[in-house]
Write a protein that binds this ligand. Sequence first.
Ligand SMILES: NC(=O)c1ccc[n+]([C@@H]2O[C@H](COP(=O)([O-])OP(=O)(O)OC[C@H]3O[C@@H](n4cnc5c(N)ncnc54)[C@H](OP(=O)(O)O)[C@@H]3O)[C@@H](O)[C@H]2O)c1
Length: 276
Amino acid sequence: MLDSILVIGGSAGIGKYIVLEALSDPYFKKVGVLSRKHSVSLDELVSLGANVNVIDYNNSQLLESHMTGYKVVVAIHNTFGDIKDALAMIDAAKKAGVSRFVPNVWGVDYEVNSIIPWLGPRLQIRQHLEKIQLNYTEIILGIFMENITRSGISGCNISFENKIAIFYGDCPASWTHRKDGAKFLVHKLKTETGNNTYRIEGDRKSFRDIVEMVEQRIGTFEKTATDNVLEKYNNVQDPFDCMAGLGKAVSNPNGQVLQPLSSPITVESWLNDLYE
Ligand SMILES: NC(=O)c1ccc[n+]([C@@H]2O[C@H](COP(=O)([O-])OP(=O)(O)OC[C@H]3O[C@@H](n4cnc5c(N)ncnc54)[C@H](OP(=O)(O)O)[C@@H]3O)[C@@H](O)[C@H]2O)c1
C-alpha cells in the first residue's frame, strides 16, 4: 500500500496542493514535507498534521534518512539544465527503500521536443528511474490554469492589466488547475502499479476562447490573433507553442488515452472565482 507520502518542495505551488490533498485523505497514514527554508506556509502544514523538515536538498545522506519510512516520494525540484542533484535525489530514494517516485513533470509532454532545456532533463530522469528500477508516476497536464493571467504565457503575449492580447487563434490547449493535478495524483496512488505516465486536462480552450471569456468580465481587449501558427510551428521549437499552435492538447499525442478527472475546475469557473 502506498499509504505514506513525502513531498520535497511542499511549501508552495503544486507541491503544497499535493500535501493538502494527502492530509485530507485518511488513506495516507503519514504525510511528510521537505523544504529548503522555513516559511509560514510550513507552519500551516505542521498544524494540519504534516511532518515537516527543512533541509539542504544537496545533502544526499540527509535526504536518504528523511525519505526512509515513506513509500512515495514526490519531488518538485529544479529540473532545468544540470540534473545531477535531481538524479542524486532519486538515488537517495532508492537507497531509502522508497517504492514509488513522482518526478517533476507537471506540464507538457517532454517527448514532443526533448531538446528544450527544461524538457530534455525530464526524459533523462525517467530513463534513470527505469535504469535503477524505481517505479514512477508522472503527470502531463498542459498549462497550469492559474497561469492564464500571466503575461507572456506560452509564447503568447496576453496582458490582462493592459487589455492587450497577441495570441494564437483557435487552436486548443489543455488547461489544468494545480489543485486538480494534485487530486488526481493522490487518488491514483491508491491503486498504482508499474510505471505510469498520465495525461489529464481540466479544460480545453483556445487562447481566443479565453481572451473572449475575460473580455466578457473586464471589457474589450486590443486583440491580434496569429493565424500562421500551423506554418510557423511545423518545425516546433517550443512544446507549449506546439500544443496551442498545432492543436495538440495533452490528451492526444500518439493517440494516448486521457484519464478522466472528476468535476475538474474549468476555465469558466476559475474566471468566475477570479472576477466575481
Ligand atoms: N504546466 C505549467 O504551466 C507549469 C508552469 C510552471 C511550472 N511548471 C512545472 O511545475 C513545477 C511546479 O511548479 P509550481 O509553480 O506549482 O511550484 P513552484 O512554486 O515553482 O515550486 C514549488 C516548490 O518547489 C520547490 N522548488 C522550486 N524551485 C526549486 C529549485 N530551484 N530547487 C529546488 N526546489 C525548488 C520549492 O520548495 P521549497 O522552497 O519548499 O524547498 C517550491 O516551494 C515546476 O517545477 C515546473 O516544472 C509547470
